[in-house]
Design a protein around this ligand. Structure first.
Ligand SMILES: *[C@@H]1O[C@H](CO)[C@@H](O)[C@H](O)[C@H]1NC(C)=O
Ligand SMILES: *[C@@H]1O[C@H](CO)[C@@H](O)[C@H](O)[C@H]1NC(C)=O
Ligand SMILES: *[C@@H]1O[C@H](CO)[C@@H](O)[C@H](O)[C@H]1NC(C)=O
Length: 739
């Protein structure tokens, strides 16, 4: 170890030791007087002579310490090499050259230093705006450190300067440093910190060894204003995706880290990307997500809570929440599920009555078939779907109706002009009755309308009708009677079920009294032909029926033609003929009497008891004729003064107590429209002595056959009546009665 050494760089000493021996003998050194060497490098000192052929060299230090170098002699030259240079080489070296008796010596001072590296700038931490920071500039392995000067500059501004003028109590390499504390501002960004170290080694050498280091100021801003944006929402459903983007301000731009808080306060790192996308989320993905902006000097976090809800499965029941079904039809209720893979189904009615239907479940669908649907199915049906822990129920209400047939229109009978008629419209097997409305219209006009609202609590098929009485008139014919039935089902169905029936009105008019035309006449001669035509008005056009009234009261139908033709009449064809006009609305009739006449014949005129009587006798003159109706019989007594018509009863003329004057010619004439016949007799009256009561003759008109003909309509009716009363009428009988 070297002792205490004082190095005097200011002095340059050349020792001249002059020996008298030779004038020409000279010594030289390189470097000449002084050299500066950095510790660790190598230097070579050279000593050479002139004027001596074979000099001898010797090297030593002034204080006779070891040389710490290698000597090499070569002819007139000697070198001392120090490699590496160390503190032990800081001496004045003396080279002594001897030539014979001559001896020369020369001194070379070796100064040493150490300044091997540029200064180092150290910061106490990252530069953060507003936070004091300590900058340290370090110069390592310096020697001689009392010659060291350090400057610390920010850009061109000197912040601190220091000279290390301290006692060098030891020979060693020292590391020196300079510290400055300052608070960076934003303007410091981009500026440079410069640390300059100068080692003033030699006074002579005015240019100091100098090293400097520049460090650009990196000013940081701690992350702040960390913001998270979530798309679409923080409330999510299973299976959804979410994208969260995070931003944070700072310098340098913060790195973004996404993590998720775990239950145990730990955090699970998810991504180092500003955008975090989570797909196909599950409920377990709910939680607090943390975004952290991180840069060199700090971190700033923001949290967001994501809530992933169980995805609700949906239950759909069809058709609709309400269905109208006709009793007897089949109804299929379908309960379908979306959002659940294997649901389980159950059906029930709201009041827990039996289902009365068949359930079939497959996959995500279940059906309840009600076939046929009946009144006991009128419920609200509920389909319960269980999916995992969740349960959902959907209801459907079945509203039943029955309206199977069109209404029926019925008339109380034939519609006859002027006769009140009752029309009824009947709707059968209806349900629900209180929703039924029946209307009766004639053409466009509503005649009657009824809602069956009052009858609410019947749960059965009902038949109802609407009845109306009206008096038809012929103008109604051709009009249409409409019976409309509406069933208003449910509030939701705006259009009611509607059925209708129509009937065209035909108003019948009963046949009017017929008009009978008899051609050529109703009184005919036997053998002639007759046409009897009957007309009757009515609606529909009446049928004609000709028949004949028989004596026993029966009626014999003859023809349905309007004209009844008797081509060749006989006497038996005489009688009452009836024409009837017939239609649905009624019958009208009219009679006509047909009289077939024959000429009177087989006429007899008798006197009873004889044609020759005595005065005072009673004699009956009677006139009879064959059964030819409607023949006048006129009994006369012929006289020159004029004929006397006798008043006869049923063709008989009775002379009581005949007198002489009664004798004479009696004539009976039988006469009808067709012809006449006459007979006569002569009554002889013989005189008696005593006078008897004189019986003066009276005029008599005799009936022949059934009647005396009075060709008047009134008389015809009289005859008809009489015939009716007696059943039959014969002249013989009539005569008998009177005889
Ligand atoms: C970050 O996200 C972007 C855009 O989505 C993508 O291109 C990039 O690869 C992602 N980086 C990492 C590290 O995931
Ligand atoms: C009766 O009617 C027929 C047919 O119309 C006719 O030929 C005949 O002459 C008619 N007879 C009489 C007596 O009118
Ligand atoms: C009248 O009726 C008869 C049957 O009763 C029929 O044979 C005849 O052809 C009809 N005559 C006319 C003119 O209709």
């Amino acid at each position: 170890m070297p002792g205490k050494v004082a190095v005097n760089f200011g002095v340059s000493n050349i020792l001249w030791i002059v020996f008298a021996a030779s004038q020409a003998f000279k010594i030289d050194t390189s470097p000449e007087y002084r050299t500066l060497a950095q510790i660790g490098n190598s230097i070579m000192l050279t000593c050479s002579t002139e004027g001596c052929e074979s000099p001898s060299f010797s090297w030593r230090t002034q204080i006779d310490s070891p040389l710490n170098g290698k000597v090499k002699n070569e002819g007139t030259k000697s070198t001392l090499t120090m490699d590496p240079v160390s503190f032990e080489n800081e001496h004045s070296y003396l080279c002594t050259a001897t030539c014979g008796s001559g001896k020369l010596e020369k001194e070379i001072q070796v100064a040493i230093y150490s300044f091997p590296k540029d200064p180092e700038i150290h910061l106490s931490g990252p530069l953060e705006v507003g936070k004091p920071i300590t900058v340290k500039c370090v110069v390592p392995d310096v020697y001689p450190f009392d010659r060291l000067e350090m400057d610390l500059l920010k850009d061109d501004h000197l912040m601190k300067k220091e000279e290390f003028l301290e006692d060098m109590d030891r020979k060693s390499l020292e590391t020196k440093s300079l510290e400055v504390t300052f608070t960076p501002v934003i303007e410091d960004i981009g500026k440079a910190l410069v640390c300059r170290a100068k080692l003033h080694i030699d006074e002579i050498d005015s240019v100091p060894k100098e090293r400097e280091t520049t460090k650009e100021l990196e000013v940081y801003i701690s992350p702040k204003n960390t913001v998270i944006s979530v798309h679409p929402s923080t409330r999510l459903q299973e299976g959804d995706s979410v994208t969260m983007t995070c931003s944070s301000e700072g310098l340098p731009a913060p790195e973004i880290f996404w993590s998720k808080k775990l239950d145990n306060e730990y955090v699970q790192l998810l991504s180092g990307n500003a955008t975090l996308t989570l797909i196909a989320m599950r409920m377990e993905d709910s939680g607090i997500y943390v975004c952290e902006g991180v840069n060199l000097i700090g971190r700033n976090r923001k949290e967001v809570e994501l809530i992933v809800q169980e995805k609700p499965f949906t239950v759909d029941i069809s058709p609709g929440p309400w269905v109208a079904a006709q009793i007897g039809d089949s109804v299929v209720l379908t309960c379908g599920v979306t959002g659940c893979e294997s649901p389980s189904f159950s059906w029930r009615t709201q009041i827990d009555s039996p289902l009365s239907g068949k359930v079939r479940s497959e996959g995500t669908e279940s059906t309840l078939t009600l076939s046929p649907v009946s009144l006991e199915n009128e419920h609200s049906y509920l389909c319960t779907v269980t999916c995992g822990r969740k349960k959902q129920e959907k209801g459907i209400h079945i509203e039943l109706y029955s309206f199977p047939r069109d209404p029926e229109i019925e008339m109380s009978g034939l519609l006859v002009n002027g006769n009140p008629a009752t029309v009824s419209c009947t709707v059968s097997d209806v349900y629900p009755l209180d929703h039924l409305e029946i209307r009766l219209l004639k053409g466009e006009a509503v005649l009657m309308n009824k809602h069956f609202l009052e009858e609410t609590d019947m749960k059965s098929l009902e038949t109802r009708s609407l009845e109306m009485t009206f008096t038809p008139s012929p103008e109604d014919s051709g009009k249409v009677l409409i019976c409309q039935a509406k069933l208003h089902i449910g509030e939701m169905e705006s259009e009611p079920k509607q059925r209708q029936n129509t009937q065209t009105l035909y108003v019948n008019v009963a046949p009017k009294d017929p008009t009978i035309l008899v051609s050529p006449s109703s009184i005919l001669e036997e053998g002639s032909s007759v046409n009897m035509t009957c007309y009757s008005d009515g609606f529909p056009a009446p049928k004609t029926l000709w028949s004949r009234q028989l004596n026993n009261g029966d009626v014999q139908p003859l023809s349905e033609n309007t004209t009844l033709t008797l081509p060749s009449t006989k006497m038996e064809d005489s009688g009452i003929y009836v024409c009837e006009g017939i239609n649905q609305a009624g019958i009208s009739r009219k009679e006509v009497e047909l009289i077939i006449q024959v000429s009177p014949k087989d006429m007899q005129l008798t006197a009873f008891p004889s044609e020759s009587v005595k005065e005072g006798d009673t004699v009956i003159i009677s006139c009879t004729c064959a059964n030819v109706p409607e023949t006048w019989i006129i009994l006369k007594k012929k006289a020159e003064s004029g004929d006397t018509v006798l008043k006869s009863i049923d063709g008989a003329y009775t002379i009581r107590k005949a007198q002489l004057q009664d004798a004479g010619v009696y004539e009976c004439e039988s006469k009808n429209e067709v012809g006449s016949q006459s007979r006569s007799l002569t009554l002889d009256v013989k005189g008696r002595v005593n006078n008897k009561d004189y019986f003066s003759p009276e005029l008599l008109v005799l009936y022949c056959a059934s009647s005396l003909i009075i060709p008047a309509i009134g008389m015809l009716i009289y005859f008809a009546r009489k015939a009716n009363m007696k059943g039959s009428y014969s002249l013989v009988e009539a005569q008998k009665a009177k005889v």
